[in-house]
Every structure is written in structure tokens, then in C-alpha cells.
Design a protein around this ligand. Structure first.
Ligand code: SF4
Length: 187
């Protein structure tokens, strides 16, 4: 069994089309639905039942509590049983070391850094490419993830993105279909 676990609905970005309706990190409405203790119990249940977990969000490495849930997962599950999809915002040596234990990571990138995208905050794609570069340099397997929608689905954008990912030696590119959901329903 495979579970995508959105550890938090908080994300340091605030994309207007977010299908998860993620909440900005500075919002007054930040809600962590489960306590750390409850999350650890859920982790134990999933691990005991041999469930593979994709930690996602929001950003599953943004809050220290969520970071510690993923860190605990690396101690009780083998790396093949863990995936992490993160933004890479506030990336630091602790996050790098954690990702190294997991052995792989996914990050969304929709356009080359110089392109404009009205659905993504300014600096989104340039931030992602810098983090992907750092991860590649550290010898960690990583995937760029592109979602197809109006601002991304052109041949020119996909070709430019492909060439960029190749130039940066990013080993894997996932392309997803966009599902109209969450904030995306209104953008
Ligand atoms: S980075 Fe992803 S999770 Fe965060 S606001 Fe944007 S679409 Fe939502």
C-alpha cells in the first residue's frame, strides 16, 4: 500500500492555483491538524502495516515537528518505503542530510527561471533550480515535477525546461496532469 501523507497544509509559497489549497506560512489561519504526538502514532501505524509513505503537503519539511516525523520515518522504515515531495524553501544542511538518508526527493518546477507564470509567486522557479542543483551536487537522486496547465503546456516551455533539467543533470522529470481542485478551482 502507498500513502501520500500531507503532513501539513502550510506552504512557504502561496501559489494562486494550489490544488491543495495550501496556507501561506505567515497566515493567521495556520492549522496543524494533528499534534506531533498524534503524527508519530500515525507514523507507527503506517510503518507497522508496511505502508510506503510519500511525505507531502504544503511543505513537509517546513515545520520542525514535521521534519522530526520524516526523520523518525528514516529510522524505522527503509529508504525504499519513503518518498518526500518538498518546496526546498529554507533549505539547509539538516534538510540536505535528511534527504540524503531518504535517498531521493521531488520538487515542482514549471518553467525556466526567466519565464513568467501568473500562478506561481515570483522567484519560484529560480529557487527550485538552485535547490535541485544543490541536491544533484550532493549526489542525491531527485526529480523535477512539472504540472501541465496553461502556463506550462506549450511545446516551447516544455522543451526549454527539458534542456534546463538536462543541463543541470537532474536525473528525472515527472510530468503530471493538472486537476482543477482547491484554490485552482477559482484561479
Ligand atoms: S508550492 Fe505546491 S503546495 Fe505550495 S502553494 Fe504552491 S502548489 Fe501549493
Amino acid at each position: 500500500m502507498y500513502a501520500i501523507w500531507n503532513l501539513t497544509n502550510v506552504c512557504p509559497w502561496n501559489c494562486s492555483f494550489c490544488c491543495m489549497s495550501a496556507i501561506g506560512a505567515n497566515s493567521q489561519n495556520n492549522i496543524n491538524v494533528l499534534t506531533l504526538n498524534e503524527k508519530m502514532k500515525v507514523l507507527r501505524i503506517l510503518a507497522d502495516n508496511n505502508v510506503k509513505i510519500d511525505f507531502s503537503g504544503g511543505d513537509p519539511l517546513y515545520y520542525p515537528d514535521d521534519f522530526s516525523v520524516v526523520e523518525t520515518a528514516t529510522k524505522i522504515l527503509s529508504p525504499e518505503m519513503i518518498d518526500v515531495s518538498m518546496t526546498g524553501v529554507d533549505f539547509n544542511s539538516s534538510k540536505l542530510a535528511l534527504i540524503k538518508k531518504v535517498g531521493k526527493v521531488e520538487i515542482s518546477i514549471d518553467n525556466p527561471p526567466n519565464a513568467t507564470n501568473k500562478y506561481r509567486p515570483k522567484g519560484f522557479n529560480s529557487s527550485v533550480i538552485l535547490i535541485l542543483e544543490r541536491i544533484v551536487k550532493a549526489g542525491i537522486f531527485c526529480s523535477g515535477v512539472t504540472t501541465l496547465y496553461l502556463e506550462t503546456a506549450s511545446k516551447d516551455n516544455l522543451k526549454a525546461l527539458y534542456n534546463l533539467l538536462c543541463a543541470k543533470k537532474i536525473p528525472k522529470w515527472n510530468i503530471f496532469r493538472y486537476y482543477l481542485a482547491g484554490k485552482g478551482f477559482f484561479s
